[in-house]
Ligand binder design. Sequence first.
Ligand SMILES: Nc1nc2c(ncn2[C@@H]2O[C@H](COP(=O)(O)OP(=O)(O)OP(=O)(O)O)[C@@H](O)[C@H]2O)c(=O)[nH]1
Ligand SMILES: [Mg+2]
Length: 321
Amino acid sequence: MKFVDEATIYVEGGTGGNGCISFRREKFVPRGGPDGGDGGDGGSVYLIGERGLQTLYDLRLKPHYKAGRGMHGKGKGMDGRSGEDRFIPVPLGIEVYKEEKFIGEILEHNQTMLVARGGKGGRGNRHFVTSTNQTPRIAEEGKPGEKCKLKIILKLISQIGIVGFPNAGKSTLLQTMTNARPEIADYPFTTLTPNLGVLKDNFKNIVIADMPGIIEGAHTGKGLGTKFLRHIERTRMLILLIDISSNDPMNQYHILLNEFKKYNPKILKKPRIVVFNKIDLLEKIPEFHLKERTFYVSALKNEGIDKLTEALKNEDLYKDR
Ligand SMILES: Nc1nc2c(ncn2[C@@H]2O[C@H](COP(=O)(O)OP(=O)(O)OP(=O)(O)O)[C@@H](O)[C@H]2O)c(=O)[nH]1
Ligand SMILES: [Mg+2]
């Protein structure tokens, strides 16, 4: 399925039913009182979290949603039925903006969010009896439902994000550590949208996201830019993956940190580790002394991976997300 992480949709609550103007008619009661029923309320539109969904692709294909209208009131005091509510399934991890204003997020399965309230039904004429008017010929019309444009942004929910330069081996590392089978190739920008994989631990699943490559100037739009970095805003921890066989591994390290700082300095507050990859290509492995914990691996040859996954399993990846 296509990975789509942004969509605009149009939602509209159902119109309320009209109130009814009617009078009792019985054989021996020539001038009965008013008995017009109320219109039913229009249905409302809700978003509902669905854990099986991974993208906003369906919303892109189908951007318009309307709830059912309320039925009109009828004579003999019969109120109209309310319109049916509409539930739009959305993946977990979305943020919702109404006319550019943040209105909430959906993180749990079956969590609902009201996004367009249905219109109230109109009252029937029996509500309009007064001491001077016993036969009111007025009733209210149903109100229109709320109507608005919503912007929906998906931020993946993963505990760990793998970030690094193009071709560093991010997708290979994800493949080695998890059940994911991402595309891997010997050219930059193979990964165009994030891949998710699950690292199984005894009691929990750790979701790892493999991100598209970042290059110097990404925050100004170079390469694929930083548009995918939003997906690591929620991760608990980052793996900075660096190709140790490249010309200047430490330069990559500094560039990555600088791009994060420019995009959103909060990312720098997340716990992170640095993983040097492709050690199989070097005769002698240099050691780097960084303030982060460092690991030396070959994602391709599965060297040093056990030590890395053990360390990840021992991290507390579930607090403060
Ligand atoms: N020798 C060696 N090659 C590796 C290793 N890990 C990955 N590669 C190779 O490096 C190339 C890039 O690997 P990918 O996993 O696609 O790299 P990526 O970081 O996901 O790249 P982008 O998605 O383009 O950003 C592929 O040819 C891999 O086979 C490693 O540990 N050793
Ligand atoms: Mg990749």
